[in-house]
Design a binder for this molecule. Structure first.
Ligand SMILES: [Zn+2]
Length: 436
């Protein structure tokens, strides 16, 4: 075997072994498994007596983290203050989608034996012999494994001679959730910059990339960054019995119309020469009913994943507001017309005076906040927000699903005043914490 081939084999096997070790530890975010993975990452970085070569290495605890999670880091100070950051996340999404194969979701070997059950859409041009299966193999424990192997190599070189550049290694939890790890890592990077006078010249994120079309032979390295915004919509209709639907407004219908307009809409993509972001999609949509009843659902929320190159939050919010106004107006006009026809057909029309056209309101979170302050005073709004935030922040989705099920909200977090207003509100999902 040639020297080059031998080196390639060594790197391949090293990265494969690190990947398997990291994949074998369940680290669905958020959870305590993320702690075990960063501990393993640090152990791999330090194994074989190179621990003391690092200028710094360790675990950086995430501030106020309910799971006690940490970032793993290592730093090699080189001759130059110019610094490269190697970035990766160690958490994964859930394993439930493995279905009957779930018990092997962290065992690439076991899954390999069941290859035929995993590869449903087999492309004949694809050689699947060296595929590695398992939750987190591609996204992105193999990427973290590459970074560990690189960092170890740099440390070995640094034992002989100071490196020309400085290098920071970071492995963070919570990427699949709320990015708590990388937000904390920013603080760490700022501290390092200050302490060692560093100049960051770039970061390499080894998260997965994929073929862009079937049979695509290329391997891609993407330059720049894609931003992500998560506009959240709270749709408030009006409660009513299903037998008198024109007295109410189905919040699910309102949300469905909005989702239909916004999700997969390429008009909302950011464009640069030769590149376009993937279109928005919802990441969650739900009404707040927790049981069967015959009342029209009148509060629904959803959030939309919007990838960006250049669009900032303000511009996106304004764009979404304009679209939302248009969608609501069309919907309400359609319901007005349906009611007109229905009234005539049912004979209810006789004796009823001219009905008023329905109107909807779109408010940003800031506007709703201002209006509420005007209504009940800043002190009360701020106090209520603080109380609700402290009570809900760690697990807001789970709690929302048990709250606001009807107009007599069991937790008193919304009142009839708020639910009677026929509004769709763009803003944070934490809008629920306002007690009107
Ligand atoms: Zn990832």
């Amino acid at each position: 075997m040639s020297k080059r081939k031998e080196t390639e084999k060594h790197w391949y096997e090293t990265v494969q072994s690190y990947t398997e070790q990291l994949v074998s530890i369940r680290s669905v975010s958020p959870g305590t498994g993320e702690i075990l993975v960063v501990e393993r990452v640090l152990a791999l970085l330090c194994a074989g007596g190179i621990r003391h070569t690092y200028t710094e290495h360790g675990l950086d605890a995430l501030e106020h983290d309910p799971y006690g999670r940490q970032n793993a880091y290592a730093f090699l100070r080189g001759k130059s203050s110019e610094t490269i950051v190697l970035l990766g996340h160690i958490d994964t999404v859930d394993t439930k989608d493995y279905g009957p194969l779930e018990k092997w979701a962290l065992s690439p070997d076991e899954l390999a034996h069941r290859r035929d059950r995993l590869i449903q859409r087999k492309d004949e041009t694809e050689d699947t012999a060296d595929w590695m299966f398992g939750r987190g193999t591609a996204d992105m424990k193999s990427g973290v494994a590459v970074n560990i192997a690189l960092m170890r190599r740099m440390a070995e070189l640094a034992q002989r001679e100071q490196l020309p550049l400085s290098i920071v290694f970071l492995a963070t939890p919570d990427e699949e959730n709320e990015s708590a790890g990388v937000l904390q890592a920013v603080q760490y990077l700022l501290r390092l910059r200050e302490q060692y006078g560093l100049h960051y010249i770039g970061a390499i994120n080894t998260d997965f990339t994929t073929a862009l079309y079937p049979g695509d032979p290329h391997h891609y390295a993407f330059l720049g960054t894609v931003g992500k915004l998560l506009p959240s919509f709270l749709c408030i209709g009006r409660e009513s019995h299903v037998g008198t639907p024109f007295n109410g407004l189905d919040a699910n219908l309102l949300a469905a119309e909005l989702i239909s307009d916004l999700s997969m809409n390429d008009e909302l993509c950011d464009r640069l020469p030769g590149q376009i972001t993937a279109p928005p999609v919802t990441l969650h949509a739900a009404d707040l009913k927790t049981r069967y009843d015959v009342q029209i659902p009148f509060i629904t929320y959803f959030y939309l994943n919007v990838l960006t190159f250049t669009t900032g939050p303000d511009a996106l919010l304004e764009r979404l507001r304009q679209r939302t106004i248009t969608v609501i107006n069309h919907l309400l006009q359609r319901i007005d017309a349906a009611e007109e026809r229905w009234s005539t057909a049912s004979g209810v029309r006789q004796g009823v005076t001219q009905r008023q056209a329905r109107v909807g309101t779109v408010l940003s979170y800031a506007e709703l906040y201002r209006e509420t302050v005007q209504h009940v005073g800043k002190e009360r709004v701020d106090a209520d927000l603080k109380t609700e935030w402290e009570r809900w922040s760690s697990n807001i989705d789970a709690i929302l699903s048990t709250c606001c099920a009807n107009s007599r909200c069991p937790k008193g977090c919304c009142s009839n005043d708020c639910v009677r207003a026929s509004r769709s509100t763009i803003g944070a999902k934490r809008i629920f914490s306002i007690s009107l």
